[in-house]
Design a protein around this ligand. Structure first.
Ligand code: HEM
Ligand SMILES: [Cu+2]
Length: 565
């Protein structure tokens, strides 16, 4: 087929139909918008900037670690670098990443709503996020913070003379942005579902954002309180964490991890939701075990609140407490394992095609599984005591957060890009980037498991020469990874400029967001859709799975001998 005859080929110079993108083009129309789709894009722009800042800090650290001697930066600068990297990546990139961008854009569309329940609050939470980010950044740029992103006492309260108060204030403000967003999504799912969209018909992406929102609302206040306590201690010398005055430095760790363990599920649950949408679409299968998936999501959200003590096995907490926390940590692995099993079962016997977003999603499943399994190692006390504060930990959480969540973020961005912009990107380029990211990720972080097991501590700017080969590998992988992260920026920009028109539903996906134009009109739907079936209706009973319109692998499939049946 020639290009011109293909459906959805660009007719350049063609004027776009009215959509949210051309409903007002002034800067003001963007900065004061209450459209959930535009707010999603505002967040996309801001978290991209934060990701780049955090990435630059990582690149400097990895360059320092290429040689055993601490020669590029001083020890003190290195401390400030990993703090900057951690604070930015956790609070200003990873936690908002999927919920505020894809969640904002897709969630109302996926439930057939016109917008979120509180559109102005939605815009306000973006401004809060920017305000918090600016405060934290100013602290980190004025001279930095050297406590690590975990702000452990008593160092952060009694000894550090860096900008702890300002950074804590920034994260505190950003916390209110999280709470506002979470509240907004909860009310939206309760009140804005279209006719026929019962709870058990919600796409799993919506369920995952819903569960994440519950954690955001319940856990973030604990973070706000503990940060306020740090500021109170530093500014008013309250003695909350000072044993000489009846305080307790370990109290900080309890409250901090009471927030931060659930926060790892704030980071990963939305990714699980994205991956479920992508895997079902590109294997043309109904998700295996929908109900089990819903209960696994809710189970993770609830049990996530009871395992914080596994971060404190070496803090001196009672052995009995450690045993309980260890046991509960094994229990919470069960719902995650159910999800991995169900994704595999969804793929099994599916009609699989390897689009870029599918490659990212498959990458997520593998890398998340490795992160999760090493998490089980860490949940068993003897192993954790051995590898506490080593590179094993750094490898473990990067497998979850970067291999898992960042892959899922890219999977979702590629999946919904045609809906967001109305245009396609270069599939070949995108597949190459997905593969490069997977390879670069493993070359960067796998050696760190070994380094950790050999005893290399984290948060050090120099190390004994015997660790150099593995560190070099890791730094080399980081270069590949940097390239892989830069590639999407190029082909997405090209796609905006001259990408092929996407059509309403280029992947032939089943979600409601695909039942409206790409890009959608300001009000989302010309006529609000009515839902009369369960989600993921890809494979009607006894029928052939629905084909994708411009499936690049379709010709290969058509060449296969006819199935006599
Ligand atoms: C682009 C590739 C990345 C590289 C090369 C990288 C590298 C590093 C390095 C060298 C450290 C310091 C380890 C230590 O001495 O303790 C670190 C810590 C950390 N990284 Fe990354 N990182 C990358 C991406 C990310 C991303 C995308 C995130 C989150 C989204 C992230 C989150 C963290 C966190 C939370 C810490 C801990 C900081 C601390 O211990 O206070 N990293 N990373
Ligand atoms: Cu934890």
């Amino acid at each position: 087929m020639t290009d011109a005859a293909r459906p959805g080929t660009p007719d350049r110079g063609y004027s776009l139909p009215p959509s949210y993108l051309n409903a007002g083009t002034t800067l003001k129309s963007w900065l004061l918008t209450t459209d959930h789709k535009r707010i999603g894009l505002l967040y996309l722009a801001s978290i991209t900037v934060f990701f780049m800042i955090g990435g630059i800090a990582a690149a400097v650290m990895r360059t320092e670690l290429m040689t055993p001697a601490g020669d590029l930066v001083s020890a003190d600068t290195y401390n400030r670098l990993f703090t900057l990297h951690g604070v930015i990546m956790v609070w200003f990139f990873l936690i908002p990443a999927v919920p505020t961008t894809l969640g904002n854009f897709v969630l109302p569309l996926a439930i057939g709503a016109r917008d979120v329940a509180f559109p102005r609050l939605n815009l306000f939470s973006w401004y809060l996020n920017i305000a918090g980010g600016s405060l934290a950044l100013s602290a980190l740029l004025l001279g930095g913070v050297d406590t690590g992103w975990t702000f452990y006492t008593p160092y952060s309260t009694l000894y550090s003379n860096s900008y702890v108060t300002l950074a804590a204030a920034g994260v505190f403000v950003a916390g209110f942005s999280s709470i506002a967003t979470g509240l907004n999504f909860i009310v939206t799912v309760h009140t804005q579902r279209t006719e026929g969209m019962g709870w058990m018909r919600l796409p799993l992406f919506v369920w995952s954002i819903y569960a994440t929102s519950i954690i955001l609302v319940l856990a973030t206040p604990a973070l706000a309180i503990v940060l306020a306590m740090i500021v109170g201690e530093r500014v008013f010398d309250l003695g909350l964490f000072d044993p000489r005055r009846g305080g307790d430095p370990i109290l900080f760790q309890h409250i901090f991890w009471f927030y931060s363990h659930p926060a790892v599920y704030i980071m990963i649950l939305p990714g699980m939701g994205v991956v479920t949408e992508v895997l079902t679409c590109f294997s043309r299968r109904k998700v295996f075990g929908y109900e089990a998936m819903v209960f696994a999501i809710l189970g993770i959200a609830i049990f996530g609140f009871f395992v914080w003590g596994h971060h404190m096995f070496v803090s001196g907490q009672s052995t009995f407490a450690s045993l309980i926390f260890s046991l509960l940590s094994f229990v919470i692995a069960v719902p995650s394992a159910i999800k991995v099993f169900n994704w595999s079962a969804t793929l099994y016997g599916g009609h699989i095609t390897f689009e870029a977003s599918m490659l990212y999603a498959l990458g997520f499943v593998g890398l998340f599984t490795m992160g999760g399994l090493t998490g089980l190692f860490l949940a068993s006390i003897p192993i954790d005591v051995h590898v506490t504060d080593t590179y094993f930990i750094v490898a473990h959480f990067h497998y979850i957060m970067v291999g898992g969540m960042v892959s899922a973020f890219f999977a979702g961005l590629h999946f919904w890009w045609p809906k967001i912009t109305g245009r396609m990107y270069s599939e070949g380029f995108a597949r190459a980037a997905a593969l490069l990211m997977f390879v670069g990720f493993n070359v960067t972080f796998f050696p760190q498991f070994i380094l950790g097991f050999m005893g290399m501590p984290r948060r050090y700017w120099s190390y004994p020469p015997e660790f150099q080969i593995l560190n070099l590998m890791s730094s080399f992988g980081a270069m590949i990874l940097t390239l892989a992260y830069a590639l999407p920026m190029i082909y997405f920009a090209l796609s905006l400029w001259r990408g092929r028109m996407a059509g309403d539903n280029p992947w032939r996906a089943t979600g409601l967001e695909w039942a409206t134009a790409s890009p959608p009109p300001r009000e989302n739907f010309v006529q609000r859709p009515v839902v009369d079936r369960a989600p993921y209706d890809y494979h009607p009973a006894h029928g052939e799975p629905t084909e994708r319109e411009d499936d690049p692998d379709r010709e290969k499939r058509d060449d296969r001998p006819e199935d006599p049946a």
